[in-house]
Design a protein around this ligand. Structure first.
Ligand SMILES: Cc1cc2nc3c(=O)[nH]c(=O)nc-3n(C[C@H](O)[C@H](O)[C@H](O)COP(=O)(O)OP(=O)(O)OC[C@H]3O[C@@H](n4cnc5c(N)ncnc54)[C@H](O)[C@@H]3O)c2cc1C
Length: 310
C-alpha cells in the first residue's frame, strides 16, 4: 500500500514508523526545514533552546513504555519530578532538546522536509497529494497530522464530511521569548517554573534542564496574554515581554534575545477518539488524543492501526 503522512511531528512520525514495519511504501512530508513540528529546538550561538514543548509526562502505561524506549535509546532523559515540589512523577525531555526524539524517530523513514503540501484531492485511484511546487504524489492512504485548521484547508477541495467537533477545533496561541544570558538568574532549580506570575505559563532554564552548555531561558506567555497581544506589532510586544521577564532574569546580562510566536500552540478542545478516518483519509495529531506530547504519540499510533487494518 502507498501511504503519505503529512507532518513530521511526533504524531506523523509515530504513525509512519508503525506503518513502515509492515513493508508499506511510506513517505512523510513536512513543510518545516527539519522534523519536530511543535517539538522544536533552536541553536543560538552555543546555546540550545527548546521553544515549543518543554517536557512530557507519561499518564498511560502505553506511553510510559514508549518513553522508556526513548530513554534507553539515549534520546530522552528525566528532567525532574516536579517544578515547585517533587510529586514523584517524572518530567522527561529530549536528551539534547526535544528534537532529539523526532530525529531518532525519523531514522530509516523517507522523510521529506521543506516540502509543503498544498492540497489533497481525489485521484482516479486513491488520493493525489499536491505539493506547493505543483508536483503530485499519488497514494492509497493519507494520514494528515497538521493542526486542524491547516488540515481543513488541505481538504477543502474534497467532498469529505468532517464532523463539526473536529472542523471547529481552535488553538491557543503562545507568544515566546528566547533569551541567552551570562550569570545566574532567578529561575530556581530544577530550572522550570509553571505559571509563576500573571504573564508566563512556563519559564525554562535550558542549562539547568541539561540541554544547553550556555544559560538560555525560554519564556512562554500564557494564552490570555498571548491572545491579548497577538495582533500588536511584534517588536513592541517582544519589548514588553522582555520587560516582564526582567524579574526572572535578575542580575544576569542578556547577550541575545529572540521572539517566537506559535499561532496554533495547543488545541482548546479535542476530539473524543484518538483519530478519525474515512475513505483512506486519516486525521491524527494532538487534537485527538490530548493536547500534549503523549496525545500526539498515541494518536499517531492509532492512525497507523487504522491504516494497517484497512
Ligand atoms: C509553545 C508550546 C509549548 C508546549 N508545551 C508542551 C509541554 O511542555 N508538554 C507537552 O506534552 N506538550 C507541549 N506542547 C504541545 C506539544 O508540542 C504538541 O502536543 C505536539 O508536539 C503535537 O505533535 P503533532 O505531531 O500532533 O503536531 P505538530 O508537531 O504540529 O506536527 C504537525 C506537522 O505538520 C506540518 N505541516 C503543517 N502543515 C503542513 C503542510 N501544509 N505541508 C506539510 N507539512 C505541514 C508542520 O510543519 C508540523 O511539523 C506545547 C506546544 C507548544 C506550541
Amino acid at each position: 500500500m502507498r501511504v503519505v503522512v503529512v507532518g513530521a511531528g511526533l504524531s506523523g512520525l509515530m504513525a509512519a514508523r508503525r506503518i513502515a514495519t509492515q513493508n508499506h511504501e511510506v513517505v512523510v512530508l513536512d513543510k518545516g526545514r527539519s522534523t519536530g513540528g511543535r517539538c522544536a529546538t533552536r541553536r543560538i550561538g552555543n546555546a540550545v533552546v527548546d521553544h515549543g514543548a518543554q517536557f512530557f509526562t507519561a499518564r498511560s502505561d502505553e506511553f510510559a513504555t514508549i518513553a522508556g524506549e526513548w530513554m534507553r535509546a539515549g534520546v530522552a532523559m528525566e528532567w525532574c519530578r516536579g517544578f515547585s515540589d517533587n510529586d514523584g512523577h517524572p518530567r522527561m525531555c529530549g536528551a539534547h532538546g526535544m528534537t532529539s526524539i523526532t530525529k531518532y524517530l525519523a531514522q530509516g523513514l523517507d522523510v521529506r522536509c521543506s516540502t509543503m503540501v498544498f492540497s489533497i484531492e481525489r485521484a482516479s485511484d486513491g488520493w493525489g497529494v499536491r505539493l506547493d511546487d505543483g508536483r503530485e504524489l499519488l497514494t492509497d492512504v493519507v494520514v494528515v497530522t497538521c493542526p486542524i485548521p491547516q488540515t481543513m484547508s488541505l481538504l477543502a477541495n474534497t467532498d469529505l464530511s468532517i464532523p463539526d467537533g473536529i472542523r471547529t477545533i481552535d488553538y491557543d496561541k503562545t507568544i515566546a521569548a528566547l533569551v541567552v544570558v551570562n550569570g545566574d538568574t532567578n529561575v530556581p532549580q530544577p530550572g522550570g517554573v509553571q505559571n509563576g506570575d500573571d504573564t508566563f505559563s512556563f519559564i525554562a532554564d535550558n542549562k539547568q534542564k541539561g540541554i544547553s552548555p550556555e544559560r538560555a531561558l525560554t519564556f512562554h506567555c500564557n494564552p490570555a496574554f498571548s491572545e491579548m497581544h497577538w495582533w500588536n506589532d511584534e517588536a513592541t510586544t517582544h519589548d514588553l515581554v522582555m520587560q516582564l521577564a526582567a524579574p526572572w532574569l535578575g542580575a544576569a546580562t542578556v547577550t541575545e534575545h529572540q521572539p517566537k510566536r506559535w499561532r496554533m500552540a495547543t488545541p482548546k478542545t479535542t476530539w473524543r477518539e484518538r483519530c478519525w478516518s474515512t475513505q483512506g483519509i486519516i486525521l491524527a495529531g494532538d487534537a485527538f488524543a490530548g493536547p500534549r506530547v503523549e496525545g500526539a504519540v498515541l494518536s499517531g499510533l492509532a492512525a497507523a492501526d487504522v491504516v494497517l487494518a484497512s
